[in-house]
Design a binder for this molecule. Structure first.
Ligand code: NAD
Length: 298
């Protein structure tokens, strides 16, 4: 069915996601603080809203795609004033926040909206700008079953795999667990490959051996960090992203916050966080995250 959808935050991810909703036939009203990305989306058929409030009123579904928790909190709850969307949203509107933020902020926003009778799900994504453009994102959703069921068909217009992880905040937790593990696998794969190379092995031969053995993992098999092993991997294209070091470092920061709040021991994750921070300090922030391979070279 054709819905009235408000969309706030039309950056690298939000822009192409909103464009796919227009393609699917929805009536999209959009807003961004940056006028140029707003103009780009209106040229594709969106209505431009004057401000966030105008974007949110009359929406069946309101989607936000913002940088961090503080932006999401201030958009919905205001800054100790009554500027938050919580004051204008209708009880019939479902709010879907697709930003990657700390689970605690998602819970705070979700429960404040819930007290006003407004449904909320957190629905962070995996798949990057390429997935956003192709409409093949993975959405990891936290919220009630009823809210999930309402969100699902709309998320399907922007993605391929839609998971219900649990209650509000669970989408964020599942996403950072995955990205923490991914960073650990990437660091470990890089370390093992470099040790093999230092001992005279060919990186391609060693990769084939480990892919057929118990060290097999996604980074080795599909995203090999050693240049020249895999033509399509960012490593073979000067580490052009892909998934940037800066974004991985951000997600690992969120993972460390969640670890602390839940008193979880995450020694491998904190090591990976430190390695990615070092990589940022070396000026590799906008390289692909497989560039961690270079940290282990002599
Ligand atoms: P971005 O910086 O390109 O876009 C954010 C947009 O939000 C900008 O256009 C900015 O002007 C707008 N904005 C900020 N505050 C606003 C407000 N109060 N009202 C209206 N507009 C506002 O970021 P992005 O790459 O699109 O990422 C968005 C989120 O998605 C982040 O949480 C990021 O971690 C996550 N994410 C990104 C990727 C990726 O590959 N880029 C992949 C997965 C998840």
């Amino acid at each position: 069915t054709k819905l009235n959808i408000g969309f706030i935050g039309l950056g690298n991810m939000g822009g192409p996601m909103a464009a796919n909703l227009i393609k699917a036939g929805h009536n999209v009203t959009a807003f961004d603080l940056n006028q140029s990305v707003l103009n780009e989306l209106t040229s594709k058929g969106a209505h431009a809203a004057e401000n966030a409030n105008a974007c949110a009123t009359n929406a069946d579904i309101l989607i936000s795609m913002l940088p961090a928790g503080k932006h999401v909190k201030s958009l919905y709850l205001g800054n100790n004033d009554d500027s938050g969307l919580i004051n204008v949203l209708s009880k019939n509107t479902l709010v879907i926040d697709c930003s990657t933020i700390d689970a605690e902020s998602a819970r705070v926003v979700g429960s404040a909206l819930g007290e006003q009778g407004i449904s909320f799900v957190d629905a962070p994504v995996s798949g990057g700008v390429a997935g956003a453009t192709a409409g093949t994102l993975t959405f990891i959703v936290g919220g009630s079953k009823a809210a999930f069921n309402t969100a699902q068909p709309v998320l399907n217009d922007m993605g391929k795999n839609i998971f219900h992880a649990g209650d509000i905040g669970a989408g964020q937790v599942a996403k950072i667990c995955n990205n923490m593990l991914l960073s650990i696998l990437m660091a470990g794969t890089s370390e093992a490959l470099q040790m093999g190379i230092n001992n005279g092995l060919d990186a391609k031969v060693l990769s084939d051996i480990m892919t057929a053995s118990s060290g097999r993992n996604w980074t080795l098999e599909l995203y090999n960090p050693c240049p020249g092993v895999m033509d399509t991997a960012p490593a073979s294209n000067d580490y052009k992203p892909g998934f940037m070091v800066d974004l991985m470092a951000k997600d690992l920061g969120l993972a460390m916050e969640a670890a602390q709040q839940s008193n979880s021991s995450t020694p491998m994750g904190s090591m990976a966080k430190n390695l990615y921070t070092m990589l940022q300090h070396q000026g590799a922030g906008s390289d692909d995250f497989s560039a961690i391979f270079k940290l282990f070279s002599k």
